[in-house]
Design a protein around this ligand. Structure first.
Ligand code: GAL
Length: 330
C-alpha cells in the first residue's frame, strides 16, 4: 500500500513536471495596430498557438523600437521559449535577436526581415514579388506615361524589397523611354499624411502631369488619393496599394484606386505559430522552403505568394475568403 502511494506521488510529480512543460510559451512582439491588417495577423497567430497547445503573450510597441526591445526583455524574463517579432525597425531589432540568443530564446522574424544578425527564422510574403505585381499591373494598363512611387517606411526592410520589385518591372520601360519616373521617395512612416505630402509636393509644381502612382500600402495610397482629389485628378490616375484594406476596396469600387495586394495572412500566421510550437518542442520546422540572406547569414525562410485585387476579382478574392464583408457593393 505504501509502495502504491509512493508510485502515485512519483507519477503525479512526473505529470506535473512534464505536463506543465508541454504548454510551450510563445512571445509575440507587434509593431503597432495602426494598419488594419496587423490586428488580423495578431489574432490569428494567437489563436493558432493556442490551438497547437501553446500559450501566447502579446506586446504592442506602438512604433517605438526601444520599447520593443524592453518588451522582449520582459517576456524573456517571464520565461517565453520562442519570440515571434514584427520588427518596428529592421536594423535596431537586431538587439532583440542578440539579447534573445544570450538567453537561449530563438527568434522568428514575421513579415519583416530583421537585418544583419544571426536571425533564426523568417516567415513572410514575397515582398519583391508584391512590388513586381503592382508595377506589372499598372504598366500593362499604361505602358507609357509619368509614374510616381510613394515608398514605404524607410526603417522597414519591406519598403526596400517592394522598391526592388517595382523597379524590376519599370526600369526596362524607363530605359526604353516609355515611362518616366517623376517622383520616387521613401516615407518617414506608413501614414496617410506621407502619401498625401509626397504626391502633393509633386502636383503643386507647374505643369505637373501624372499617369500612375505606386504606393507602398493602402494607407499611403489613401494619402495619394486625397492629394489627387485636391487637384481634381482622382479616378484619372492609376493607383496601386497593398494590404486589401476595407477603405482600399471601397476606393477600388469607386474607381479611385486601381489595385491593392492581398497577403495570405491566414497561411503566414499559421506557419509562424506552427514553427514556434515546433521549435519550443526542440524540433526544427520542416516547411522552410528557402534560405534568405539578411546581410549577416543565410537563414531558413518561408515566403508565400500574394495576390492582386482589382475591381473584377474583389468577390472572388477578399470577399470569398471572408477578409472583407461590407465593401460597398450595394
Ligand atoms: C509592412 C507590410 C505592409 C504594411 C506595412 C504597414 O511591413 O509589408 O503589408 O502593413 O508594413 O504596417
Amino acid at each position: 500500500m505504501k509502495n502504491l502511494k509512493s508510485i502515485f506521488i512519483f507519477a503525479f510529480a512526473l505529470f506535473f513536471m512534464f505536463g506543465c512543460k508541454q504548454k510551450p510559451s510563445i512571445g509575440l512582439l507587434m509593431d503597432s495596430l495602426q494598419t488594419e491588417r496587423w490586428e488580423k495577423d495578431m489574432n490569428l497567430i494567437e489563436e493558432n498557438i493556442k490551438k497547437l497547445g501553446g500559450t501566447c503573450t502579446v506586446a504592442i510597441a506602438n512604433s517605438d523600437a526601444e520599447k520593443q526591445l524592453e518588451q522582449a526583455k520582459e517576456m524573456i524574463a517571464n520565461g517565453v521559449e520562442v519570440l515571434i517579432v514584427v520588427a518596428v525597425d529592421s536594423k535596431k531589432a537586431c538587439d532583440i535577436v542578440t539579447y534573445a540568443h544570450q538567453n537561449y530564446v530563438p527568434v522568428i522574424s514575421y513579415d519583416r526581415l530583421i537585418k544583419n544578425c544571426m536571425l533564426d527564422y523568417y516567415i513572410a510574403t514575397d515582398n519583391i514579388e508584391i512590388g513586381e505585381l503592382q508595377a506589372n499591373y499598372l504598366s500593362r494598363i499604361k505602358p507609357q506615361g509619368k509614374y510616381g512611387i510613394v515608398g514605404g517606411s524607410m526603417i522597414d526592410n519591406n519598403a526596400h524589397l517592394l522598391y526592388l520589385g517595382q523597379m524590376n518591372i519599370l526600369q526596362p520601360l524607363v530605359e526604353k523611354g516609355d515611362i518616366e519616373i517623376v517622383f520616387s521617395q521613401y516615407s518617414d512612416s506608413w501614414s496617410l499624411h506621407e502619401g498625401y505630402k509626397i504626391t502633393n509636393n509633386y502636383l503643386n509644381k507647374d505643369g505637373a502631369q501624372l499617369d500612375a502612382v505606386i504606393a507602398g500600402n493602402d494607407v499611403l495610397a489613401a494619402g495619394v488619393i486625397s492629394a489627387l482629389k485636391e487637384h481634381h485628378m482622382e479616378g484619372k490616375v492609376l493607383v496601386a496599394g497593398q494590404d486589401a484594406e476595407m477603405q482600399a476596396i471601397r476606393n477600388i469600387v469607386a474607381g479611385n484606386q486601381t489595385i491593392t495586394i492581398s497577403k495570405p495572412i491566414e497561411s503566414m500566421a499559421f506557419a509562424a505559430a506552427n514553427a514556434a510550437i515546433k521549435i519550443a518542442h526542440g524540433k526544427a520546422p520542416s516547411d522552410m522552403n528557402l534560405t534568405i540572406n539578411n546581410g549577416k547569414h543565410l537563414g531558413p525562410t518561408i515566403l508565400l505568394p500574394a495576390q492582386v485585387v482589382h475591381r473584377e476579382n474583389i468577390k472572388m478574392t477578399v470577399v470569398s475568403e471572408g477578409s472583407i464583408e461590407d465593401w460597398g457593393s450595394k
